[in-house]
Design a protein around this ligand. Structure first.
Ligand code: URP
Ligand code: ZN
Ligand code: ZN
Length: 458
């Protein structure tokens, strides 16, 4: 199979130029002006932008959580991702306390194997660090290509580990060159506030927000940074949402510490006023919650300043019927929101077109940095000879409106319903095949591959 993409404007994290791209089988074999090659398919991309396929390193597909499962599985979730220009996602395998990491990996593979349209990989969430778990870190990194380990500093009882386990895990991961990531919020403070609000009869979704004040995130972020500094492991903070937490990162840089930071598109665009809509606000019940306008300003600035490296989604959708489990108690609303399909178009429309970031920065935070941090660069995360032909052909002028009626996410609402965006992913290639062409899917379920990863290359 060979494809020639002609006259597109190629944007990478570093470059911006017009050229043709010649693809043979799964990879890019030539880039240049007026390439004289014979291709089975020719795609004219004059006037279009060409981005490397997006990488979303924070999604939860078919995830057992709070008594239910996230509503997108590997089939629907990776297909929706492709429609939105994301060709690879990284999901989280979650250890069950008392069981091994390998049994969790096998459980997740039983749901993902043969079901994905897009490429995917796994982080391993360690919820029970002990001598047995410790022995599994090396084979996870060296044999399975799972080089990033997730921790939760919240959700006591199910997911949270304590600081003693955190330091133990960091030391072990450091030995083999892996990376430790965290959900940085102070779980015990939050649990105290949740219990207090419930005992006072404060049961609406607004109190989900009020039970997770900024300090709960900034404290945990600082503590995580300190433990990572002490152990010298490479740290990565997931879904950072507020100014206070970002200032802890800023503080850590003063001792020359490098901490990778991810925010999510919803924290840049949506704010806590959405918690004033009665039970409808359950649509935005996620952890951390949406924050204030001043936090959005800090996050946009953090991207510009190079303190925030990745814009992800934390895609964890639940249908409305599932959200209704918390109709009379906010603590029972499954935490999470949809977004896997919207990230790239929203960031282009609200970020690039509103002069909040350059095109190169846009590619950096939607693709290249994730590829480097999570060890798949330069196979992914750029457009270059030898790289996987994961390419988004993007119309920067086409306007459309986000709606649950038209999105491909398996969720019966959208947190961005009615928002008009400018810019659309028209054609998406994954490893040399046209995966999405307009509104058509041209690859089959199972084409998406589990990607083994290497070490951080930043
Ligand atoms: O609310 C969220 N974020 N749900 C998914 C689990 C997590 O904490 O990332
Ligand atoms: Zn989280
Ligand atoms: Zn998450």
């Amino acid at each position: 199979m060979s494809i020639l993409i002609k006259n597109g404007r190629i944007i990478t994290a570093a470059d911006d130029y017009i050229a043709d791209i010649f693809i043979e089988n799964e990879t890019i074999s030539a880039i240049g002006r007026n390439l004289q090659v014979k291709a089975v398919r020719v795609i004219e991309a004059n006037g279009k932008l060409l981005f490397p396929g997006g990488i979303d390193p924070h999604v939860h597909l078919d995830m057992p959580f709070m008594g239910t499962f996230s509503s997108d599985n590997y089939e629907t979730g990776t297909r929706a991702a492709l429609f939105g220009g994301t060709t690879m996602v990284i999901d989280f395998v979650i250890q069950t306390k008392g069981k091994s990491l390998y049994s969790a990996l096998n459980e997740w593979k039983s749901r993902s194997d043969g079901n994905a349209f897009g490429d995917y990989s796994f982080h391993l969430a360690v919820t029970d660090f002990n001598e047995n778990t410790k022995a599994e870190i090396k084979p996870m990194i060296e044999k399975e290509g799972i080089t990033s380990f997730k921790t939760f500093m919240a959700y006591r009882g199910s997911l949270m580990i304590d600081d003693r386990q955190m330091v133990g895990l960091m030391n072990e991961v450091k030995k083999y060159g892996g990376i430790v990531t965290t959900h940085a919020t102070n779980g015990d403070m939050i649990d105290y506030l949740v219990a207090k609000n419930r005992s006072e009869g404060n049961l609406s979704p607004l109190f989900h927000y009020l039970s997770q004040p900024e300090i709960t995130e900034s404290e945990a972020t600082g503590r995580f940074a300190d433990m990572a500094f002490h152990t010298s492991v490479t740290p990565y903070v997931v879904h950072l949402s507020c100014e206070g937490a970002l200032n802890q990162i800023r503080e850590a840089t003063k001792r020359n510490q490098k901490i990778f930071v991810e925010t999510c598109i919803q924290y840049l665009l949506l704010d806590a006023s959405l918690y004033e809509k009665g039970f409808e606000s359950a649509k935005w019940v996620m952890s951390p919650p949406l924050r204030e306008k001043k936090d959005q300003a800090a996050l946009w600035a953090g991207i510009e300043q190079g303190l925030v490296h990745v814009v992800a989604t934390d895609h964890c959708p639940f249908n409305w019927e599932q959200k209704k489990a918390g109709l009379s108690d906010f603590a029972k609303i499954p935490n999470g929101a949809p977004g896997i399909e919207n990230r790239i178009e929203l960031l282009f429309s609200e970020g690039v077109l509103k002069n909040k970031m350059s095109l190169n920065k846009f590619v950096e935070v939607t693709s290249t940095n994730s590829a480097k941090i999570f060890g798949v660069y330069p196979a992914k995360g750029t457009i270059a000879v030898g790289s996987d032909a994961d390419i988004v052909i993007f119309d920067p002028n086409e306007k459309h409106t986000i709606s649950a009626k038209t999105h491909h996410i398996n969720c019966d609402y959208s947190g961005y319903e009615g928002l008009e965006v400018t810019g659309k992913c028209k054609t998406v290639l994954l490893r040399g095949r046209v995966a999405i062409d307009g509104d058509k899917v041209l690859i089959e379920k199972g084409y998406g591959k589990l990607i083994k990863r290497g070490k951080t290359s930043n």
